[in-house]
Every structure is written in C-alpha cells, then in structure tokens.
Design a binder for this molecule. Structure first.
Ligand SMILES: Nc1ncnc2c1ncn2[C@@H]1O[C@H](COP(=O)(O)OP(=O)(O)OP(=O)(O)O)[C@@H](O)[C@H]1O
Ligand SMILES: [Mg+2]
Length: 236
C-alpha cells in the first residue's frame, strides 16, 4: 500500500534520512521506533510531502506520489496526526474537525457528512460536548482526540500517527489505544505508528521498524522484537 524506497532527506546541508526504505501493507500496523532525534518524524513528513527526498520514490497503491503536494496526498487517502497534535488553537473544535472533512475526498461509500461526524463523536464523546470551544482550551488528551478525529474525517486509507501517547494521562491513552485497535480490526486501515511506549506499540503492531541516526537498522514481526534490540536502540 505504501512503499518508500531509498529516501535521502536533508535539512539544509544536514543529512537527516539515509537511504530509508520501508513498507506498510494493506491493513497492516507498522510501528516505527528509535531514540529521540533519529528521524522518525522526518519519515512521516516525507510521506506527507512536507519534506522532499533527493533520491528514490514514495509509492502509494500503484502510484508514484513523490511529486504530489501534501494536500493531494491527503485526498489520495493519507492522513497525518503530527507529534504535539498541532490543532488550530484559535479555531473551535467544530472548525478544526471541518478542516479534516474538507481536506479529504468525497466519501467513496456515499456516506453523509453528518454520519462521518457522528462516528468521530461515538469514538470521542468529549468532542461532541466541546464543539464550540476553542481548540486551544482543550486538555492535551482532548487535543489528541481532536487531532485523531480530524484525521479520520479526511477518510484515510493510511493513517500516520506520531507519538499519540506522548504526555497524555493513562485513561486517555487507553481510550486512544482502543480507537486505534478498532481502526485496525473494523476499518482495516493501514497505520504507521511512531511510538516509544513499548507495550502500547507491542499490542497494536504487526511489524516494527527501528531507526538509528537516520537509517533503518532493524525490522521484523512485532511478536519477534527481542529485548536486546529494544535495549540497544530504544530508550526503555
Ligand atoms: N526544522 C529542522 N531544521 C533542522 N534540523 C531539524 C529540523 N527538524 C528536525 N531536525 C533534525 O533532524 C533530526 C531528526 O529529527 P526528527 O524530528 O525526525 O526526530 P525524531 O526521531 O522524530 O525525534 P523525537 O523522538 O524527539 O520526536 C534531528 O537531529 C533534528 O535535530
Ligand atoms: Mg518525532
């Protein structure tokens, strides 16, 4: 479904991603791991077209999307929940959600706009109660729910999630985990998840990819991730 091959990305003259290749199959949950600063967020930004690789290709389905703009990639069905959430603090919850809905394609199944919002409210009931509040007054956990709800409204086939549990209290982490689990089992989204919280990742992921210093250094089935690899490459 998604295939990156040989991506080399720079910030100015700093070489950040080094020959990164990875694949996310249909309905698969891939967990991208590695210490702070190894380039995980840079990989997601490259997939979204916010950064461009000097080499290689990004393929989505059968198409080469390497030259597509970020909004074109959203319309193709890739949604991105950035690290730190990045909702619009001065827009209301309703307006933030609408941006997601309008960024996506028309619903291929002909579902109504109302049904799309109702689905988000059933996953995250707190959003329905806070529709007219400014996004910036929500708690961190509520903002994360808003960011995931907004991504969902763009009707993705592939969801990119950058550290969705970072700085969030355990009860909300559990709720977010349940929602991601339901995406996987009921909606069969493909998901590329950046996550340092090992147990969370282990419960959700089918495969893992570990990065170090801008390069992929290990990958395999999540069930086979060894403690040695975790100790060598990850914080915990
Ligand atoms: N806008 C930028 N300009 C220059 N360098 C940057 C920029 N953003 C990130 N970098 C550098 O690129 C490298 C990779 O950053 P990236 O954010 O992808 O790491 P990460 O693995 O997501 O880290 P974290 O776990 O802390 O989120 C780091 O060395 C970082 O300092
Ligand atoms: Mg990051």
């Amino acid at each position: 479904m998604l295939r990156l091959d040989n991506q080399n990305v720079y910030y100015g003259e700093s070489h950040i991603l080094r020959n990164v290749s990875l694949e996310v199959g249909p309905g698969q949950v891939v967990c991208l791991m590695g210490r702070n600063g190894v380039g995980k967020t840079t990989v997601l930004k490259t997939i979204m077209g916010l950064l461009k690789s000097r080499t290689g290709k990004v393929r989505f389905g059968d198409e080469d999307i390497s030259q597509d703009s970020p909004d074109r990639r959203v319309r193709r069905g890739i949604a991105y929940v950035p690290q730190g959430r990045e909702i619009f603090p001065h827009l209301t919850v309703r307006e933030n959600l609408r941006l997601g809905y309008e960024a996506g394609p028309a619903d291929p199944n002909g579902g109504s706009e109302k049904a799309a919002y109702d689905e988000v409210f059933s996953l995250f009931p707190v959003l329905a109660q806070m529709l007219e509040r400014a996004g910036g007054v929500l708690s961190g956990g509520q903002q994360q729910q808003l960011a995931i709800g907004r991504a969902l409204l763009s009707k993705p086939k592939l969801l990119l999630l950058d550290e969705p549990t970072e700085g969030i209290q355990p009860s909300i982490v559990e709720q977010i985990e349940n929602v991601i689990e339901s995406f996987k089992t009921e909606r069969r989204f493909a998901i590329l998840l950046v996550e340092q919280y090992m147990e969370f990742a282990a419960r959700l992921a089918d495969t893992y990819v570990i990065m170090a210093k801008g390069a992929v250094v290990a990958s395999g089935r999540a069930a086979e991730l060894s403690e040695e690899q975790v100790k060598q490459h990850l914080i915990v």
